[in-house]
Design a protein around this ligand. Structure first.
Ligand SMILES: Nc1nc2c(ncn2[C@@H]2O[C@H](COP(=O)(O)OP(=O)(O)OP(=O)(O)O)[C@@H](O)[C@H]2O)c(=O)[nH]1
Ligand SMILES: [Mg+2]
Length: 504
């Protein structure tokens, strides 16, 4: 998603490579690329214009310090290109935020009314939000308030059954406001802690639709009224949001189908045009494809810097914390075997389609297109044909062992050799990373990445610097995550060494 815009920013920063200062000419040239990509992504023209104007003003106006100290006193160089990226990132965050994705509670109930045009994904979102709330331990009631489209009720019942959430529906001839009110009373009576009203869609914004929504809202007073919009509608999604916002009080927008749209301009413009923030993103048809919207995360993804916090959150969900910490420690000492690799691979697979996981990693986001899930299955089969000793210390795999393994999994001996070679390199790299401390130890260690390492904006423009894997990456200030103690200790050690060196 938003690949178009990412490419625009990448072209822009490429242009600024090697320039010694930002001036009227080179910033205009760089911004031309950004402008084109924003318009191509279907971002509203006015929003685009004011965004570019702000970036230009700040880019030119702010004195660029070419050498700055980070919080730990380390000196860092900032290029004009990096300064440009930083300004862009901050302005993107301002454009889309601030957002609070916690769902409000009223009279003890997390109540949500979903509204939106036909086919935008309301019913799917209802199920996705139910799953989201399930994870918070809520007891949820789904309400089928679409009595117009045949099979609408059935659709929600099927979804509800698949996630083990009861669905309330009306009887023949009962109108949506009455159905919702009855459901509300049932939720109170039966001790539910969350209720989700899935309303009917219309082809276009019309008075009947608005009147019905107003009537439902008056009857059940939902704590959260969320508008569902379809990213494929591009700029129209923003216009629709604007039209709804005029008629009903919206607390947030959910933008769906971002997986199917490389443009996704609506994500950037909704807040600026309507004043209503996006709260969630839908990125797939299945019920697990819902993301809390974090402007910082999206901004750094757009700028090609990955989305560390989101990644870590996903990681936390699939990982046993204590075990992960131990694993991370071992891995960073270079003391890990193919068994560990297998385990890590499976964990990452649990986080979602590999392509997507990769695209959110800093530094290697660009490799996402080359990820091949089939390759993983191959590796898995090879590892499974090895003995315990071979997995722990692949170095012992000689020609005859390789032959046996190859036979066991139906691969060529050269495949086995290749795997062992690559694994050896990887182990070496991990060991080297571990010595420096940083992100990777954070990923495992209770999911607390070493975010504080770099001050705002010290990231390389293209995001392809391998040091991105080591620490920092996002705007440190924006994430407010504490570093884990180990990374802090490491950092202090580095600082001491640096000071010592300086004194000499
Ligand atoms: N790719 C993708 N498809 C989605 C997403 N969300 C919903 N869909 C699909 O969009 C179609 C419509 O989804 P629904 O949830 O039925 O939409 P709705 O707004 O409830 O539709 P009506 O009730 O008819 O107004 C379905 O085929 C969904 O699978 C998403 O995030 N990504
Ligand atoms: Mg529906």
């Amino acid at each position: 998603m938003l690949e178009t815009v990412t490419q625009g920013f990448k072209n822009a920063t490429d242009r600024l490579k090697g320039v010694r200062e930002l001036n009227e000419d080179n910033i205009d040239e760089a911004l031309r690329d950004v402008r084109m990509s924003l318009l191509e992504a279907d971002v509203d023209l006015k929003v685009t214009r004011s965004f570019l104007a702000r970036v230009k003003e700040r880019g030119l106006g702010e004195k660029v310090k070419t050498r700055v100290k980070d919080r730990s006193g380390r000196k860092l160089k900032v290029t004009p290109g990096q300064h440009f990226v930083r300004v862009c990132e901050e302005e993107l965050v301002d454009l889309m935020g601030p957002v609070d994705t916690t769902l409000a509670v009223r009279s003890g109930l997390t109540s949500i009314m979903l509204a939106g045009l036909q086919g935008v994904g309301k019913t799917t979102v209802a199920a996705k939000l139910a799953v989201h709330l399930q994870k918070q331990g809520k007891k949820i009631l789904l309400v089928a308030a679409d009595v117009y489209r045949p099979a609408a009720v059935e659709q929600l019942m099927t979804l509800g059954a698949s996630i083990d959430v009861p669905v309330h529906h009306g009887s023949e001839g009962e109108r949506p406001p009455a159905i919702c009110r009855a459901a509300y009373e049932r939720a109170k009576r039966e001790g539910f802690s969350a209720i989700l009203y899935d309303t009917a869609g219309r082809l276009a914004v019309d008075d009947d639709l608005m009147a019905e929504l107003q009537e439902i809202a008056a009857g059940v007073e939902p704590a959260n009224t969320l508008l569902v919009c379809d990213a494929l509608m591009g700029r129209d999604a923003v216009n629709v949001a604007d039209a709804f916002a005029e008629k009903i009080d919206l607390d947030g927008v959910i933008l769906t189908k971002l997986d199917g749209d490389a443009r996704g301009g609506a994500a950037l413009a909704v807040k600026a045009v309507t004043g209503v923030p996006i709260k969630f993103l839908g990125t797939g048809e299945t019920v697990d494809r819902l993301e809390e919207f974090r402007p910082e995360g999206l901004a750094s993804r757009i700028l090609g810097m990955g989305d560390i916090v989101g990644l870590v959150k996903d990681f936390e969900e699939v990982v046993d914390e204590k075990e992960a910490e131990e694993d991370a420690e071992r891995i960073l000492k270079g003391a890990f075997g193919l068994d560990d690799l297998l385990k890590q691979m499976r964990m990452i697979q649990k986080m979602g389609p590999l392509k997507e996981v990769f695209s959110r990693m800093p530094g290697i986001g660009g490799l996402a297109d080359q990820v091949d899930e089939g390759e993983l299955a191959k590796i898995e089969s090879m590892i499974q044909s090895m003995t315990k000793a071979e997995r722990t210390e692949p170095k012992i795999i000689d020609q005859s062992r390789a032959q046996r393994i190859a036979q066991g999994c139906g691969r060529k001996v050269s495949d086995i050799d290749g795997l062992v070679d690559r694994f050896g390199q990887m182990r070496q790299m991990m060991g080297a990373l571990g010595k420096q401390g940083g992100l990777l130890s954070g990923l495992g260690g209770g999911g607390m990445p070493a975010m504080g390492g770099m001050p705002g904006g010290m990231m390389p423009p293209g995001g392809m610097d391998p040091s991105m894997l080591l620490g920092g990456g996002g705007r440190a200030g924006a994430t407010k995550k504490r570093q884990n103690p180990k990374a802090r200790k490491n950092k202090r050690k580095q600082q001491r060494a640096a000071r010592k060196k300086k004194r000499k």
